[in-house]
Design a protein around this ligand. Structure first.
Ligand SMILES: [Zn+2]
Length: 243
């Protein structure tokens, strides 16, 4: 997922949030995100949360699942509805292995490009396809490019979903990303509670970017352990502080 740049939101803009398409977050500081109830950290500072966006992918997802299984670590996969429709069995596999599923839109279209009606349709289709694939109800939502809109945030809340972002970005979707670079970039933000953003898919990033992500994953898990932290999934329960 390509993350946005230069769309920060100052506290003074809160009065302008009535504008339906105003981008509400992404590169906003954590305190500001918290103001809108958008979470990027777990309250448990003894762990960090591993999250993977943009799948399921026929090659990237199984590779990441294997690494996580070998390490005995659970993560959260923010899946895209149109990919779930094509590969529902991979979502079932994620669930069978104990991972958490979050929603990352239906078509990976930035929320700012959707009318409220189109957005509602996307949300409905996504919830439906995830329900069909794995019998799950959506609980967590992360928008494409990490940009919320006011109407998007309201729809997420109205559906009882929790809006989330991240605090450490591997920027692994880029063409010039390398395993070492991804690992080092995340390692600089390995603070207790931080949510880490990675991608198990190249559908919306550079060709075969998931290879770099997978190659970075084991070294990153070692770095997490060296810091005395535990890698965990981000779930509604872990966000509330419950184990
Ligand atoms: Zn994405």
């Amino acid at each position: 997922m390509r993350t946005s740049t230069g769309l920060g939101l100052g506290l003074g803009l809160s009065g302008a949030l009535l504008t339906a398409a105003l981008p509400v977050a992404a590169p906003v500081s954590s305190p500001c995100r918290a103001l809108f109830g958008i979470t990027d950290r777990l309250p448990d500072r003894s762990c960090v949360a591993l999250t993977f966006d943009d799948g399921p992918h026929p090659r990237g997802t199984p590779l990441v699942l294997d690494i996580l299984a070998r390490a005995g670590i659970r993560a959260t996969f923010f899946v895209v509805g149109e990919q779930v429709r094509r590969r529902p069995a991979l979502v079932s596999e994620m669930v069978a292995q104990g991972h958490e599923i979050g929603l990352h839109s239906y078509s990976h279209t930035a929320l700012v490009r959707l009318t409220p009606r189109a957005l509602e349709r996307e949300m409905d289709m996504s919830a439906s396809v995830i329900g069909e694939a794995a019998g799950l109800s959506v609980r967590l939502f992360r928008p494409p490019r990490g940009i919320f809109t006011y109407s998007g945030l309201r729809q997420v809340r109205d559906r009882g979903w929790t809006p989330v972002l991240w605090a450490a970005d591997g920027r692994d979707w880029r063409q010039r990303a390398t395993p070492d670079g991804i690992c080092e970039r995340v390692a600089r933000r390995l603070l207790g509670g931080n949510v880490i953003l990675l991608h198990d898919s190249d559908f919306y990033g550079a060709h075969e970017s998931w290879r770099n992500t997978a190659a970075a994953l084991e070294p990153l898990l070692e770095r997490i352990e060296q810091r005395g932290l535990r890698a965990a999934a981000m779930t509604v329960e872990s966000l509330r502080g419950a184990r």
